[in-house]
Write a protein that binds this ligand. Sequence first.
Ligand code: 8YV
Length: 330
Amino acid sequence: MDKILVTIPLFDEVVERLRQHFEVETCGEQAITAPGELAARLQGKAGMVVAGTPQVDALLLQACPGLRAVCSMAVGYNNIDVPACTARGVLVSNAPDVLTETTADFGFALMMATARRISESEHFLRAGQWTQWRYDLFAGADVHGATLGVLGMGRIGQAIARRGALGFGMPVIYHNRSRLDGAIEAELGARWVDKPSLLREADHLVIVVPYSPASHHLIGAEELALMKPSATLTNIARGGVVDDAALAEALRARRIAAAGLDVFEGEPSVHPALLTVPNVVLTPHIASASLRTRRAMADLAADNLIAALGRGPQAGRPPTALNPEVLAPG
Ligand code: 8YV
């Protein structure tokens, strides 16, 4: 029986399902992220379940020659060197689609909380500072009718645009490497613009672009300077797409009104300057975290691993493989 390693705390039911096919080693309550420990615990393992961390790179693969499948319960896979896996015949899968609507709900909620200053006002109330009604008490920006800017118009970006256009009457502008086809643009009422125009025109900018070296610090001091002083920025993509130090400074100086951040450079550490500015809503990478969706993500990772290692009804055909060619016959 193949042995596998589950590197993250996971639903008992999903681990049980994996045990029907494999000898399973789990990590307990603490995810395994340190490269040395990961390599040591992967010895003799044919597969592993991961999420957005740890790094799966050529060095790790070299240290674990028996590894045949890396199955992630995240849609973003910037932590996995897919070409290096392909070169060694290691199947990689991610978890798209099952989290799209849940993540879009959260992106929209975070954008609204940011625009309407929900965290900041709750802290004020909890601190016993609420002594009177005032016309300008935590007066923020409207969401309905405001211009929604979406940076990165993949599945999640489109789901956010749909919420804005259909639910809140927001004109939608977007920037993406490739334009959506005309029918989808029409359905979303979305207009492609170049990046500077997106930054200049958006009242609420939501960032949903995958992380890669090309998107590193896509938003830094220069880009923030183009935004309206009344604008908000929401990042549910990946830490590193936004220069957190530059953002903290822009928030402190009120060069933009507010930000909502679910992802951070170097998370779970958070840039200390972000912790000192009041006009930012901070959440610990929970955009996909409804119980039902997290279970669907975990099940999809398990389905992929079972199939990748030749078991179950989809043996040899993992449903969301990123490099299915490694399993192709011949
Ligand atoms: C995950 C995510 O919760 O799917 C992704 O890409 O960012 C989240 O849904 C996270 O990656 C877990 O590490």
